[in-house]
Design a protein around this ligand. Structure first.
Ligand code: ADP
Ligand code: MG
Length: 607
């Protein structure tokens, strides 16, 4: 093409493509799921824009929000077309090659280990899976605000973009043409495609059509002469129009000279492959576990074999009406806590009266619950307003409140003594425990409920996880505070001189070894009326100690001398301690100061 501009793929993207092309991964079907998902996203986008501006949809076929699939056996091309938002020239350059997303290198890294290609969609690079089955791909695209362009690449490190002067105009949307590799010819079989589309499009909210062949019986002239056919047609129509007693004469005609015969002919027509139904509108009693699992998979683009840990499907009624489905994924996504406070982590899809609005509404759930996947469909929110107005809408607060409550109820905590449930909760804790801790920091209203969900090890937990309620049930009589200590590891803490005396006196001490724990304990002041006491800080009280006053008096001179001997700006005070057993002295942090562990964390800026 003489108007083609050449571009190089961004380096990570190029590596990703190499991995895909050379992959021995056997489940190549996944490319179709990724293409359908992209088409559906593009349709969602144009439908959203059309809420405030009907014009964007255009007229005639262009305005139909649908997906079409065609197979060309001769040219060995599988093409998938949508009438979605389309891509401008700049979009094509950025989205399909030059901008690496955060997931690109994460995915490359995974794939170099024992990564599962099936999860490609979760990393935001699903498009490139087309190279599992194609060695040459063309993307024709028309966006309302630009001309029609063709992106094409043979996955040789480069792609080119040309203004499209030779294809049929798309009106609007995108057509992806896969020139299938020799070993991927099965994707030209209609039956295979129908089966795959049905499997992958169960939860796609737009109609998907395939250009399907159909064998039909047609009547052709017995001697197959075309001039005869015309004659025949003429005769029969004149018969119909003129003869009153036509029944009789027709019979006579047929008996005398059968001029036509039936033959099979192949015709093509658009065949609809999915019925567009929304699972969340159905009653939760009617939806099977398997359907929820599949729905989760398509929603979260998580096609691992694991089921979600829990889900909740409910309808809220009253002033604010909405339906919602929430899922706890089986595993935390790779980037859950990356730049946690600086990025939008929203994971819920917002629909208003069945129309997809956005998945970037962080007003729906607090940040710490962003590990949940799901959707909300509201009948109360207005449909034809801008996103900004929606974001400021007063019912969002009510929705958020209800979602938080349902989410916390759903967490499989009710452990009791049931081993299976305990195991489930441990699994949950290992994946998402940090979110619960962040919740205690962020959400003052639900702090106590969240604190119930906390798990940790302690000097008495026997290497198992234990909870605050369990700690309290083991507290010694006369013990007022909940004791804890912070540090880098349990092994390190177990040797701490701060524990000597507590251990000897049989007090239980919680080990907090996660950097976030230091922050956590600045917010979690008390639980069930008990204060928390860091045992490396000033103020440790273990029951009554009557000898203390006496000792203080008799060592007064010594402590005074010590304080003078140490540079005054290094220590605040020198005191007699009741917390030690073998160690002669320790450095203790003042009540309101940073613990030694906090100093260490601040120096390395881990959060
Ligand atoms: P993701 O869908 O997770 O963003 P993909 O690799 O599947 O990642 O797609 C990359 C980007 O390319 C999309 O975000 C979108 O901007 C663009 N894109 C892909 N397919 C289409 C399409 N059919 N219509 C419009 N844009 C598309
Ligand atoms: Mg995609």
């Amino acid at each position: 093409r003489n108007n083609a501009e050449k571009f190089e793929f961004q380096a990570e993207v190029s590596r990703l493509m190499d991995i895909i092309i050379n992959s021995l991964y056997s489940n190549k079907d996944i490319f179709l799921r990724e293409l359908i998902s992209n088409a559906s996203d593009a349709l969602d986008k144009i439908r959203f824009l059309s809420l405030t501006d009907k014009e964007v949809l255009g007229e005639g076929d262009t305005s139909k929000l649908e997906i079409q699939i065609k197979l060309d056996k001769e040219k060995k091309i599988l093409s998938l077309r949508d009438r979605g938002i389309g891509m401008t020239k700049e979009d094509l350059i950025k989205n399909l090659g030059t901008i690496a997303k955060s997931g690109t290198s994460a995915f490359v890294e995974k794939m170099q280990g024992s990564g599962d290609l099936n999860l490609i969609g979760q990393f935001g690079v699903g498009f490139y899976s087309v190279y599992l089955v194609a060695d040459y791909v063309e993307v024709v695209s028309k966006h309302n605000e630009d001309k029609q362009y063709v992106w094409e690449s043979k996955a040789d490190g480069a792609f080119s973009i040309s203004e499209d002067t030779w294809n049929e105009p798309l009106g609007r949307g995108t057509e992806i043409r896969l020139h299938l590799r020799d070993e991927a010819q099965e994707y030209l079989e209609e039956g295979k495609l129908k089966e795959l589309v049905k499997r992958y499009s169960e939860f796609i909210n737009f109609p998907i059509y395939i250009w399907a062949s159909k064998e039909v019986d047609v009547e052709v002239p017995a001697d197959g002469d075309s001039s005869d056919e015309e004659d025949n047609a003429e005769t029969s129509s004149s018969e119909e129009g003129e003869d009153e007693d036509d029944e009789k004469s027709e019979d006579d005609d047929a008996e005398k000279k059968p001029k036509t015969k039936k033959v099979k002919e192949t015709t093509y027509e658009w065949e609809l492959l999915n019925d567009v139904k929304a699972i969340w509108l159905r009653s939760s009693k009617e939806v099977t576990d398997e359907e929820y699992t599949k729905f989760y998979q398509s929603l979260a683009k998580d096609f691992s074999d694991e089921k979600p840990m829990a889900w909740s499907h409910f309808t809220a009624e009253g002033d604010v009406e909405f339906k919602a489905v929430l899922f706890v994924p089986p595993k935390a996504p790779h980037d859950l806590y990356d730049s946690y406070y600086n990025t939008n982590k929203a994971n819920l899809k917002l629909y208003v009266r069945r129309v997809f609005i956005s998945e970037e509404f962080d007003e729906l759930l607090p940040k710490y619950l962003s590990f949940l996947k799901g959707l909300v469909d509201s009948d109360t929110l207005p449909l034809n307003v801008s996103r900004e107005m929606l974001q400021a809408h007063s019912s969002l607060k009510t929705i958020k409140k209800k979602l938080i409550r349902k989410a916390l109820d759903m967490i499989p905590e009710k452990s009791g003594d049931d081993d299976e449930k305990k195991g489930q909760y441990t699994k949950f804790w290992n994946e998402f425990g940090k979110s619960i801790k962040l919740g205690i920091i962020e959400d003052a209203t639900n702090r106590n409920r969240l604190a119930k969900l906390l798990r940790f090890e302690s000097t008495k937990s026997d290497s198992k996880l234990t909870s605050l309620d369990q700690y309290i049930s083991r507290m010694k009589s006369g013990q007022k505070d909940i004791f804890y200590i912070t540090g880098t590891s349990k092994e390190q803490l177990e040797k701490s001189p701060f524990l000597e005396r507590l251990k000897k006196k049989n007090y239980e001490v919680i080990f907090f070894t996660d950097p976030v724990d230091e922050y956590l304990m600045q917010y979690l002041m008390d639980y069930e009326g008990k204060q928390f006491q860091n045992v490396s800080k000033e103020g440790l009280k273990m029951g009554k100690d009557s000898k203390n006053k006496e000792l203080k008096e008799s060592f007064k001179e010594l402590t005074k001398w010590w304080k003078g001997a140490l540079a005054t700006n290094n220590v605040d005070e020198v005191k007699i301690s009741n917390r030690l057993d073998n160690t002669p002295c320790v450095v203790v942090t003042s009540k309101f100061g940073w613990s030694a562990n906090m100093e260490r964390i601040m120096q390395s800026q881990t959060l």
